[in-house]
Write a protein that binds this ligand. Structure first.
Ligand code: FES
Length: 184
């Protein structure tokens, strides 16, 4: 009996240890997926260094507990963009970036990005099938609105999420933040 208990205890400890190690690896994997570009978090802001960003690769940063998508566009994507899409782009020199909060505007799931999908269906929300284009503008119901652009500021080539800079204020004045319906 006591041998059984001892075996159970030993197995319990062994399983617990495996679960703990697995949990650490899972957390490390999540951290990597959430924070692929060099970034620094401070009170209410996240500073992201986009100098190493590759075109057509979606980066997901964490800002105030929310995922923020950053997508550097290829020249082909920019050439094919409508005026509304271009107004939602952050432009630095020749480079265009999409920045938006990566939450579906239907019920808040996190859409996934397919770099090989057509421009209009670049993001798919698997929860109920909504799609968004490469600017984060909703292209298929039930998403009612574009993904929201968070406040951001440019400083020394880095993006500071959580502060309003001139580029963000211009988007706000243009009415393209995602608070109202848009047509790409
Ligand atoms: S939460 Fe995205 S389609 Fe419903």
């Amino acid at each position: 009996m006591s041998e059984n208990i001892n075996r159970r205890d030993v197995m319990g400890i062994a399983f617990g240890a495996c679960a703990a190690v697995g949990g650490v690896f899972a957390l490390a994997g999540m951290k990597k997926a959430w924070d692929p570009l060099p970034s620094v978090q401070a009170a209410g802001t996240t500073t992201v260094d986009i100098s190493t960003a590759e075109a057509n690769v979606l980066y997901t940063e964490k800002w105030r507990g929310k995922p923020v998508f950053i997508l550097k566009k290829t020249p082909e994507m920019v050439a094919a963009s409508s005026d509304v899409v271009k107004k939602r782009d952050l432009v630095i020199g020749d480079n265009h970036y999409m920045i938006c909060i990566g939450l579906c505007t239907h019920l808040g799931c996190i859409p996934s990005y397919d770099p090989k999908a057509t421009a209009n269906e670049a993001f798919l929300c698997a929860c109920h099938g909504a799609t968004y284009d490469q600017a984060g503008i909703n292209t298929k119901a039930p998403a009612p609105l574009p993904m929201l652009i968070p406040p951001f500021k440019l400083e020394n080539g880095k993006i500071i999420l959580g502060e309003e800079g001139p580029e963000y204020k211009k988007m706000k004045a243009d009415g393209v933040l995602g608070e109202t319906p848009l047509q790409a």
